[in-house]
Ligand binder design. Structure first.
Ligand code: ADP
Length: 460
C-alpha cells in the first residue's frame, strides 16, 4: 500500500489496535445488556454505569396532535429556540433561531445560564409576535444531559457532559430552574415537558414512521433511547395502565465507566480521557462521538510524527508547537469526514486538510496513512454504535424497527451509516429487519409534541 514499505509494520500495529472483530463486539453487547439490566433494576440502579432513565413518555404520537407550542433545545454545540405549529394532520410548521451560548455561560453560574436561555426565548417570541398576555404557550425543553426524571416536567441533573459544567445545577430540578427564570422575566410560557434529545428524535420520527422505536444521537455526544416494556423497568414508580411501555433514555455514553471496555481502549483513548473535563466518565461516548473523534486522530498522527513514521518531508515542522497538530482540538472531526470523502489516489481533500494543520506538500504516503487512520477510528466508532443498536433490536424482538437518528457525525460522515449497518448485519438476529431514518429538527419537534400532549389544550 505504501511507497515506503518499511513503515508498514509500526503503522499497522497502531491501526490494528483499533480493529474490533464480531467476537469482540458480541462480548461488548453482552456486557452492555448486563449494564442495561443493572440500570433498570431498583436494587442496582444506583451503582449502575448506564442509568436507563424512564422518560415518562409513554404514548407515541399519531399525527393528530394540534396547537402552537414553543421548544428550547440545549445540549451541545447550538442552543435553539423553536416555534412549532402542529396542524393535526401529521403536518408541522416550524420557525427557529440559533443562539450562541458563550463559553462563560457554559461553565459559570447555573442561574446565569438559565437567565441567558430565557433572554433568548423572549427575544425570539418578540420577533415572532408571541409575547401576548392572556395566552400561555406550552414549552417543551430538550435538555440533553443525564437527568433523573421525576415526572414529565421535573428532572434532576445528575452530571454535566459535553463541555458544560455550571455551578449549582447538579441535583437540581432543571425545569424549575428554567420556569423560575421565565417567571422572573415575566413572559407567557409554561414549561410542560422536559425531554432528552434522543427521546425528541424518536418522537419526531414516529410522527411520520410508526415503526420508529429507537432514537439515536451521533453528534457532539452519543446516546440512545428505545421503547421498553414496563414490567422490565424495576425503577418505574408510575401507573401500569396501557400502553404498558415507556421510552428509556439509556445515557449509553457512560457505558464502560466501570472498566469493562478497558481491554479495547488504546493509549490514545486514555489520553483523550485524561485531558477532558470529565476524566473517567463517558467512556463509550469518547470512543464514538464528534467531540472526541478528531482528537483521537490527532493524537495518533502526533504519535506517528514523533516516532518519525509520518511527515518525513516536514521535519522542519517537528517541534513547531504553533502548528495545529501539536494542539488539543487541532484536528476537527469534520476533517475526518473530509479525508474520507477522497476516493482514489489524488487525495485532494486530504491534502487540503493537511495544509490546514500546517503540513505543506504532504507526500503520497502521508495521505495514505492519514486516511487509513481516519477510516479506522471512524469505523471503530460506527461498529461500537452498531453493536449497541443490535442489543436493542434483539431485545425488543419487533420484526421491523426504524431507528430515528440525528447529529452531524451521522449526517455528514460519508461512511458512518454504512459501517454501522455492516457491523449490525453480523450481530442482529436474522428475523429482525431494521432501517435508519434521518430526523430533521427531531429533538425540538419531538419536545414540542410531548409538551403539546402534556398541556392538553395548547393555543391554536
Ligand atoms: P449537537 O450534537 O451538539 O447538538 P451536532 O449534531 O451538529 O450538534 O454535532 C456537533 C458535532 O459534530 C461536533 O463535535 C463536530 O465535531 C461534529 N461534526 C460537525 N461537522 C461534521 C462533519 N462534517 N463530519 C463529522 N462530524 C462533524
Amino acid at each position: 500500500r505504501y511507497r515506503n514499505p518499511e513503515l508498514n509494520d509500526e503503522i499497522e500495529k497502531v491501526v490494528s489496535s483499533l480493529k474490533l472483530n464480531d467476537e469482540q463486539l458480541k462480548h461488548i453487547m453482552h456486557c452492555l445488556e448486563e449494564e442495561m439490566n443493572a440500570g433498570l433494576s431498583s436494587e442496582t440502579h444506583k451503582q449502575a454505569t448506564i442509568k436507563m432513565f424512564p422518560s415518562f413518555v409513554r404514548h407515541i404520537p399519531d399525527g393528530t396532535e394540534r396547537g402552537q407550542v414553543l421548544a428550547l433545545d440545549l445540549g451541545g454545540t447550538n442552543f435553539r429556540v423553536l416555534s412549532i405549529k402542529l396542524r393535526g394532520n401529521s403536518h408541522i410548521e416550524l420557525t427557529s433561531k440559533i443562539f450562541l451560548v458563550p463559553q462563560s455561560a457554559m461553565i459559570g453560574d447555573g442561574k446565569r445560564l438559565f437567565r441567558h436561555l430565557v433572554e433568548c426565548l423572549a427575544e425570539f417570541m418578540k420577533k415572532e409576535h408571541l409575547l401576548q398576555s392572556g395566552i400561555c404557550y406550552p414549552l417543551g425543553f430538550t435538555f440533553s444531559f443525564p437527568c433523573k426524571q421525576e415526572s414529565l416536567a421535573s428532572a434532576r441533573l445528575t452530571t454535566w457532559t459535553k463541555g458544560f459544567s455550571c455551578a449549582d445545577v447538579i441535583n437540581e430540578d432543571v425545569v424549575k430552574l428554567l420556569q423560575d427564570a421565565i417567571d422572573e422575566k415575566g413572559i407567557n410560557v409554561k414549561c410542560a415537558a422536559l425531554v432528552n434529545d434522543t427521546v425528541g428524535t424518536l418522537m419526531a420520527c414516529a410522527y411520520k414512521e410508526p415503526a420508529t422505536s429507537i432514537g439515536l444521537i451521533l453528534g457532539t455526544g452519543t446516546n440512545a433511547c428505545y421503547i421498553e416494556d414496563l414490567d422490565k423497568v424495576g425503577t418505574w414508580n408510575g401507573d401500569h395502565d396501557e400502553p404498558k411501555q415507556v421510552i428509556i433514555n439509556m445515557e449509553w455514553g457512560a457505558f464502560g465507566d466501570n472498566g469493562c471496555l478497558n481491554h479495547i481502549r488504546t493509549k490514545y483513548d486514555e489520553e483523550v480521557d485524561l485531558s477532558s473535563i470529565n476524566p473517567g466518565q463517558q467512556t463509550f461516548e469518547k470512543m464514538i462521538s464528534g467531540m472526541y473523534m478528531g482528537e483521537i486522530v490527532r493524537l495518533i498522527i502526533l504519535d506517528l510524527l514523533q516516532r518519525e513514521l509520518l511527515f518525513l518531508g516536514h521535519r522542519d515542522t517537528y517541534g513547531d508547537y504553533k502548528t495545529p497538530i501539536y494542539n488539543r482540538g487541532g484536528f476537527y472531526t469534520k476533517f475526518v469526514s473530509t479525508v474520507e470523502t477522497d476516493e482514489g489516489i489524488k487525495f485532494s481533500n486530504t491534502r487540503r486538510v493537511l495544509e490546514d494543520i500546517g503540513i505543506r506538500n504532504p507526500t503520497f504516503d502521508d495521505c495514505v496513512i492519514v486516511q487509513h487512520i481516519c477510516r479506522q477510528v471512524s469505523k471503530r466508532a460506527a461498529r461500537l454504535a452498531g453493536a449497541g443498536l443490535a442489543v436493542l433490536i434483539n431485545r425488543m424482538g419487533k420484526p421491523t424497527v426504524t431507528i430515528g437518528v440525528d447529529g452531524s457525525l451521522y449526517r455528514y460522515h460519508p461512511r458512518f451509516k454504512r459501517n454501522m449497518e455492516r457491523s449490525m448485519e453480523g450481530l442482529v438476529n436474522k428475523d429482525f429487519k431494521f432501517k435508519f431514518a434521518l430526523s430533521d429538527d427531531g429533538s425540538g419537534k419531538g419536545a414540542a409534541l410531548v409538551a403539546c400532549v402534556a398541556a392538553h389544550n395548547a393555543p391554536e
